[in-house]
Design a protein around this ligand. Structure first.
Ligand code: TRP
Length: 334
């Protein structure tokens, strides 16, 4: 790369409205990591069409997501924030890697099994080879680390297997990426059923805090959060609701669980839930304000999109040409 920082790659889909879970589990960590690594943060729109999308809606959401990356604190001049569809190397490398991936490996992917059950009317080949595209995303930039949630670990493992297999045949072409799993706030649970992950696709809007919820709605949802019949604010597995609220509180305030438990010692659930709601609302307010301002500045966002696509293309092409040469494609004539 251009400096000696290690390369980090991650991506998010622009499907659904982002929740506090996506923010605390991913985006907020991305901001923290952006000092230490050379970061590529992609809006993975190629992945999105493995499920049928409304075109206008997808385009709008993709732009909102990229804008949100910036609003959340990612500096678009230091981090490469771009659309996957603007860098054709993703699709080209994905094709090549398809030829180095076995059907049996893809058959074992639990997300494929889940998604094909959920979308039984559209089990397309893209859904099946989704992990190969993800491998291409990561390997295209010679990424050293990939921050992922636990649900994407299997995809990262297959990425490593594919890279290793390719390297075994052709020499050291790809950097083998390592997963990066965040310390706290890795998994935020539903406010209505704290045994389930907070999800953008939950039908009950009270289950999730959406990043664009106004402060009143945020506080209201926390007040309604399902806890348990007890009184004590303790961090234990048999109090999943309280545990989830403590996780949220600590991730935002950067306090330890012990500190938080002490702070709320002797206080009721009502007071506790209100405090968590307020902390979240206060934390999201500046992000929401920046998002509002940025959304109005079309020329600025357009410039970011253009410059970063160029930057991503430059690095992607370097890897792609090397790979094409290794597998035996003819050299380009200049
Ligand atoms: N599949 C990931 C998800 O749904 C998104 C993704 C696509 C990704 N390509 C990636 C994440 C590469 C990390 C690295 O969450």
């Amino acid at each position: 790369m251009m400096n000696d920082k290690k390369v980090l790659f991650s991506g998010m889909q622009a499907t659904g409205t982002l929740t506090l879970g996506n923010y605390l589990g991913a985006l907020k960590n991305w901001v923290t990591l952006s000092d230490e690594y050379e970061c590529f943060y992609c809006v993975v729109d190629l992945h999105s069409i493995t499920i049928r999308q409304d075109p206008a809606e997808l385009r709008k959401r993709a732009r909102n997501l990229l804008t949100l990356y910036i609003a959340a604190g990612l500096d678009p001049t230091k981090n490469c924030l771009y659309y996957q569809s603007h860098v054709s190397g993703h699709a080209e490398l994905s094709w090549i890697l398809n030829c180095f991936t076995y059907m049996g490996e893809l058959n074992r992917m639990t997300q494929f099994k889940d998604k094909s059950q959920k979308h039984a009317d559209n089990i397309n080949a893209g859904l099946f080879t989704y992990p190969v595209l993800m491998a291409a995303d990561i390997l295209l930039f010679q990424s050293d680390v990939v921050p992922v949630g636990i649900d994407q670990m299997q995809h990262l493992e297959i990425t490593r297997d594919i890279a290793q297999r390719f390297n075994n045949i052709y020499g050291d072409v790809f950097t083998i990426p390592e997963p990066y799993i965040g310390k706290t706030g890795a998994k935020i649970m539903s406010l209505q059923d704290p045994t389930k992950k907070m999800s953008k696709s939950d039908e009950n809007p009270n289950s999730s805090i959406y990043l664009m919820d106004d402060p009143d709605a945020i506080v209201r949802k926390f007040k309604r959060a399902v806890t348990d019949s007890g009184k004590e604010i303790l961090y234990t597995d048999d109090k999943p609701g309280i545990k989830n609220l403590l996780d949220i509180y600590c991730t935002i305030t950067q306090k330890t669980v012990e500190e938080a438990v002490k702070e709320f010692d002797g206080k009721g659930y009502g007071e506790f839930k209100l405090a968590v709601g307020e902390v979240v609302a206060d934390h999201l307010r500046p992000v929401q304000e920046r998002f509002g301002q940025l959304s109005k500045d079309k020329a600025f966002i357009d410039g970011i999109i253009k410059d970063n696509a160029e930057k991503a293309n430059y690095f992607a092409t370097k890897t792609l040409r090397k790979v094409q040469r290794k597998v035996g494609f003819p050299d380009r004539i200049r």
